[in-house]
Design a protein around this ligand. Structure first.
Ligand SMILES: C[S@@+](CC[C@H](N)C(=O)[O-])C[C@H]1O[C@@H](n2cnc3c(N)ncnc32)[C@H](O)[C@@H]1O
Length: 295
């Protein structure tokens, strides 16, 4: 694919830690393992594994092999990934509809798929503003090329582990008014940030930066319904990928909402959050989800 002019990459930022397995470490790879535009296709990529689980086409052999291994370990993972995506869509409908939110920051955007945040939000108000943030340059390149004609949707290549870089980014400052309520989406991303990278401090920094009446949307993988052996296999799989697995128990996921009011129905299985057409097939809880409002 063609990369839009001005696409930022992790490698361009001196002094920053290298993000595992992304475009930043391809220079030492044999040419055969370099994908389009120098993307390392030999390392399973968390955005592309998820894309494969959702039935997408933006993935390579290493991603598909990792996804197949994940399906072997957790046979319900495809269903769970789809429930997660539908949760994101229901949450945006709630925010744009009932809650009247007109600005969104979606951190951990993922590869393009049906029903993205801006598609839903702009059905309620075509002027709704959406900032997409992802640390994967391919995700951002896709988003930027799709959004080229949409002045109220911007995508930036930044890392959640450096929230200040996101919050001070000129694109955020130009698009999002931090004096007005905003929804921040952290959907299926915090479980890629282990405790030693201070995920609670990161989320606190974001909560502190947004005004009263703002919302925080979280979905998060849990080890609740898998055996320790399966969990070990999942951890080993993601240790070889672009980000490690850091699933958390519900009480630890709920801690991300500290200082916020978690709206009904609370932190629940991702498939049941405000879902009027409950799935016919029961799926063991793989992701919990919740939405908090800053009082
Ligand atoms: C599983 S996908 C989730 C996509 C979308 N939020 C959803 O739930 O449908 C996780 C996304 O988070 C991104 N990601 C992982 N770690 C990140 C980080 N530290 N900073 C920014 N993005 C990150 C990945 O590149 C990927 O696009």
């Amino acid at each position: 694919m063609t990369y839009p002019a001005g696409m930022e990459s992790q490698a361009a930022e001196p002094g920053r830690p290298v993000v595992r397995g992304t475009a930043s470490d391809v220079s030492s790879m044999p040419q055969a393992e370099r994908g389009p535009q120098g993307i390392n296709t030999s390392v399973p990529n968390v955005a592309r594994i998820y894309d494969f689980l959702l039935g997408g086409k933006d993935n390579f052999a290493a991603d598909r092999q990792a996804a197949a291994e994940l399906i072997r370990l957790v046979p319900n993972i495809v269903m769970a990934a789809n429930h997660n995506r539908k949760f994101l869509q229901r949450a945006v409908r709630f925010l744009a509809g009932e809650a009247g939110i007109r600005q969104f920051i979606d951190i951990g955007t993922g590869l393009p798929t049906q029903g993205s945040v801006h598609e839903i939000a702009q059905r309620y108000d075509p002027n709704s503003r959406v900032l997409y943030v992802d640390n994967d340059p391919v995700v951002i390149a896709h988003a930027q090329s799709l959004m080229a004609d949409n002045a109220t949707v911007v995508a930036i290549n930044r890392d959640l582990r450096r929230p200040d870089d996101i919050l001070r980014h000129p694109a955020l400052r130009a698009l999002i008014n931090l004096d007005e309520p905003v929804a921040v989406l952290l959907v299926a991303i915090l479980h890629f940030i282990p405790d030693n990278e201070d995920p609670y401090g990161i989320v606190d920094e974001i909560k502190n930066a947004i005004p009263r009446g703002s919302y925080l949307v979280i979905s998060h993988a849990t080890p609740d319904s898998v055996s320790p052996e399966v969990m070990k296999g999942i951890r080993q799989l993601y240790d070889r990928a672009t980000a490690p697995a850091a699933p958390r128990l519900p009480a630890d996921i709920e801690r991300f909402f500290t200082g916020m009011n978690i709206i009904a129905p609370g932190l629940v299985d991702v498939s049941s959050w405000r879902n009027e057409s409950m799935p016919s097939e029961p799926c063991p809880t793989i992701f919990y989800a919740g939405v908090g409002r800053k009082p």
